[in-house]
Design a protein around this ligand. Structure first.
Ligand SMILES: Cc1ncc(COP(=O)(O)O)c(C=O)c1O
Length: 381
């Protein structure tokens, strides 16, 4: 059992995700210190900023020195523009019908037919040509690259597009020191040489994600795309700070007798008399059902922090609620509960929940439901 020095502050409503924008800024600055001078940071804020709130995270990241924003989809880019963010934005998954809305958003292009769609759009787009260097998840195949770069140079000469970037994505992004990554870098380097030979002069070359930016020595690249690291998902043990703390409060408590089953199908039967506390969050809010008893990841025990004590999850996690075992502690309704946070007060982290559920922290954060309000604070300086 872990004891904390100070209890978490009061939660407004049933639950909230408290997001420390100071941690996001600190994480950006951490990258700036580690990167080769002259390397720009693209803050990847897709999927609502990995569940943290795209606009707020983007503003904090830009404030701390990120000079690009990256998103998957068109509507994500438009949300950032509507919020007044003016730095270049790259969107890498869009439909041709959306191009008319994306006049001031850079777009990724992987094939000649995509290029032609961009050329046919009403405005002149900034384009990043994407080369598949091994992930095999989109991008130009190496054998179509020369044709693509020549077509792009042709359209650029006509003034129909501007090729601003050449890029690729690592296949072993959480282990960027892998030989695969070096091979991908070599292929990208060769692709850039061919593009220059075709007459293109891209101003940004980018390959690395959060882990790659810290481990892959890539002097050819002058931009890194940082997603996980912004939010404090610390795959490389670099000392990044998780930005989100998910807090709620005990909804009800109940004393039950030894031999009683709890929650659906009674997949957990208490061996002793105990106090069960009801936590008002469930899988609709992103608490992974697989972390509870009867779920796929149930071989290790999920828990939350109440009164400085880790209380294990008991029985199945339901859509809106789950139960924890308070033992003989006199827990009362309304008491603060930390579901996860940075971990320095003894609470579980999102990485712990990911492990309990057999997934990655990215899925815990992005799975956080829309019923959970996000509240922003500046705790880390
Ligand atoms: C194309 C692309 N680049 C960069 C990133 C950021 O990766 P990471 O979250 O590992 O930093 C992502 C996120 O998955 C991505 O899809």
């Amino acid at each position: 059992m872990n004891l904390v020095q100070s209890p978490p502050r009061a939660v407004i409503g049933l639950a909230e995700a408290a997001i420390d924008l100071g941690a996001v800024r600190a994480n950006v600055r951490h990258y700036q210190r580690q990167l080769r001078p002259g390397t720009a940071i693209m803050a990847v804020v897709k999927a609502n900023g990995f569940g943290h709130g795209a606009v707020q995270i983007a503003k904090a990241a830009v404030d701390a020195g990120a000079t690009w924003l990256g998103v998957a989809r068109a509507d994500e880019a438009l949300e950032l523009r509507a919020a007044g963010l003016t730095v270049p934005i790259l969107a890498w998954l869009y439909d041709a019908t959306e191009l008319m809305w994306l006049s001031d958003v850079d777009v990724s292009v992987a094939t000649v037919s995509e290029l032609q769609q961009v050329v046919s759009a009403p405005s002149v787009h900034h384009v990043h040509l994407k080369l598949d260097t091994g992930l095999h998840r989109g991008g130009s195949t190496p054998d179509q690259w020369i044709e693509l770069t020549r077509a792009a140079a042709h359209y650029e000469a006509l003034g129909a597009i501007k090729v601003r970037g050449i890029w690729s994505h690592l296949s072993h992004g959480d282990d960027a020191a892998a030989p695969h990554s070096r091979r991908q870098l070599e292929l990208l380097r060769a692709g850039v040489v061919l593009a220059r030979r075709a007459g293109l002069e891209p101003s940004v070359i980018h390959l690395a994600n959060s882990a790659g930016a810290l481990t892959l020595d890539a002097p050819d690249c002058n931009l890194v795309r940082i997603g996980a690291g912004l939010y404090g998902i610390d795959e490389m043990g670099a000392g990044l700070r998780p930005a989100m703390q998910l807090v709620t409060k005990v909804a009800q408590v109940r004393r039950i007798r030894a031999g009683e089953g709890v929650s659906y199908n009674h997949s957990y039967v208490t061996p002793t008399d105990t106090t069960i506390a009801l936590i008002p969050l469930g899988y609709a809010d992103g608490i992974p059902r697989s972390a509870g008893a009867g779920g796929a990841g149930a071989d290790t025990e999920a828990s939350v922090l109440v009164r400085g004590v880790r209380m294990p999850v008991r029985g199945r996690i339901a859509m809106d609620q789950f139960l924890v075992d308070a033992g003989d502690l006199p827990v009362e309704p309304g008491e603060p509960v930390v579901v996860f946070g940075p971990g320095d007060q003894g609470e579980p982290t999102a990485a712990d929940w990911a492990q309990w559920a057999g997934t990655i922290p990215h899925e815990i954060y992005t799975g956080l439901g829309s019923r959970v309000p996000r509240r922003y604070k500046e705790a880390t300086r």
